[in-house]
Design a protein around this ligand. Sequence first.
Ligand SMILES: Nc1ncnc2c1ncn2[C@@H]1O[C@H](COP(=O)(O)OP(=O)(O)O)[C@@H](O)[C@H]1O
Ligand SMILES: [Mg+2]
Length: 248
Amino acid sequence: MKKQTNIIVLNKVNKSFPLAIGGTQQVLFDINFTIQSGEFVSIMGPSGSGKSTCMNIIGALDSATSGTYELYGKDITTMSADDLATIRNEYIGFVFQNFNLLPKRTIIDNVMLPLMYRGITIDDRIRRSREMLRLVGLEQFENYFPPQLSGGMKQRVAIARALAGNPKLILADEPTGSLDSKMGNEILKFFEKLNRDFGITIIMITHEFEIAQYSRRIIHIFDGHVTYDGPVPKSETTLLNSEKRHKK
Ligand SMILES: Nc1ncnc2c1ncn2[C@@H]1O[C@H](COP(=O)(O)OP(=O)(O)O)[C@@H](O)[C@H]1O
Ligand SMILES: [Mg+2]
């Protein structure tokens, strides 16, 4: 059997934000879960439930107010900003709803950009970026600019960029949120392939059950609490009932 390792361990993670009027707003409450290498997980829940906040902590873009978080066996809680940047760069590829491409740089420049900080020669950066563009089926567009591409193509460029650094983990926050359903399905099928054929761990945020069905596990967050954590249920009712149990 394939060896499973916990790559993400959240233990009683709480997160509060200071409010402009004084005091704080607590957004995450005692979040506990572990994710193993090779999983394809959705973090699902209604808008405002704390999904992106949770994702930012998982991606070492933000830190918990209390509790502990281990990423690839390293305790993130006490790490310096520099060390966090190194860890992100080494392990994680990010994909966002709005693609986050630089509109005035060519497609290949966009894909190459994260490789700049890795001490790789320009020739190798170009070679690697072309390979990734081929993987997402956009090799013939390397000299175009992002505004010339459709939404689905832009998201494929963003995925090529995320993959260029050879990440073990992809974090995708509402990756199909700006796409029509046909383009969205293509992106989701591509995530399935990356997970299945390359063993890349995928954590995807979504508020839609239809989209979460592409993954194999759902962590359901409601009002900052995990109310369900398990395999994708046959119907969304299971998740909605978990919210109701929490409200009681
Ligand atoms: N940087 C921040 N400062 C203050 N409040 C925030 C910040 N980020 C998120 N929040 C608040 O946390 C709650 C959850 O937000 P978020 O994690 O973005 O939810 P979701 O991604 O599930 O829609 C919201 O009430 C939001 O206003
Ligand atoms: Mg969000």
